[in-house]
Design a protein around this ligand. Sequence first.
Ligand code: F6R
Length: 458
Amino acid sequence: ELGFAGAVRASLNEVYGAYAITVMHEDFPGELIVARLGSPLAIGLGDKEFFIASDASPFVEFTKEAVYLEEGHMATISLENGVNIFTIKDNEKVEPAIQELRLNLEQIEKGGYEHFMLKEINEQPRSIRDTMRGRLLVDEGVIKMAGIWDHLERINKAERIVIIACGTSWHAGLIGEYLIEEFARIPVEVEYASEFRYRNPIIGPKDVVIAISQSGETADTMAAIKLAKEKGAFVYGICNVVDSSIARVTDAGSYTHAGPEIGVASTKAFTAQLTILSLIALKLGKHNGNLGNAEFMSLIAELDAIPTKVEEVLQSSHEVAKNIAKQYVDATNFLYLGRGYNFPSALEGALKLKEISYIHAEGYPAAEMKHGPIALIDENMPIVIIAPKQGHYDKIVSNVQEIKARKGQVIAVVNKGDVQVSSMADHVIEMPETSECFSPIVAAIPLQLLSYYIAVYR
Ligand code: F6R
């Protein structure tokens, strides 16, 4: 006779795959059994009540105490006996580690906004500032990051940095590659975690892996980290959720202090990831001598100004994005183009649109347009082109000419006061000027707003 918990445990030992489950049995009405493998599970400890969710935000309104179930653990929960944790494999008892939740209700409420996504888009001046706070000390000319500082030699001596992530975090990784290679001159590769983990990658003790994840729970990223660690690589995490599985399994790391991201489409976590990657690239470059002091000082001053510029672009682009969105609600395809640092911005813009408006969208490096996608361009094809002054502006101008020659509809994201691209574009969204390397942070805002409003109108 196994009993309720024993039966669940025996069954789970036969189960293949990832899960986070709650089991109820009509013969045991006062008892719940929870178990997790590969997916997160949090138990809220209330006053004569318990809450079970994939993270603490749904129950923070009711209790400030939680137990995060560890990988491969299960728990029996009842009013009589409280929470008792065991390993699924061997039935070994584990002491529950009760955590005080630091979330507050305001962080996870919509605060008058129609959707979390809109709230989170608007929060970005603050979330970027919070991510820099205590790290970017402009007056002292210093970037303080304990995680990097403690392992500076290891990271600077890396033969190669491999960035692993999924989705939007992977796009942040691509921009991270441009940043780290430009300023620290360390070779960087960026891989989808889901590809990396299944392809027997060449990775070893001389490599440093940077894993990027908002949630800190993405199963592919987690598995890729485990593989990299097994092969002896040093793994640095960039996570948003404190104490998440990835944050705990990495050798060192930095939190993006974006606050809880509840909207399914990642917005403020993305710009916070770019902020951290900028800080890391500048810090490494300064330390290994590839970035001279004068340039370092001017770049950190520019980075420090980014939250204000994000504020400006938020103020100016809501209405513009709304008007453009209204005109394209029925579009069936979109192209997003950008060059250099803003090629990944184009990928991210397209992903945001696909994900929330269900319109097919492709991101492309603008110069690649002529190698195929140009065949798709006609008067029905809206093309979002990210064209800040810095970078490859002249090249972008000729891309826009090519698009207009085929009657494509151009929605240009340009710097304030732009003339050349703006005069050819059908629609213009302006943003403040900044260094090319930080422009993806500013450009992300109008792209997020455009996809948000299109989705709302649809
Ligand atoms: C897109 C989006 C996803 C996530 C991806 C990785 O808006 O939200 O593409 O970026 O699932 O998630 P994390 O960063 O939590 O590992």
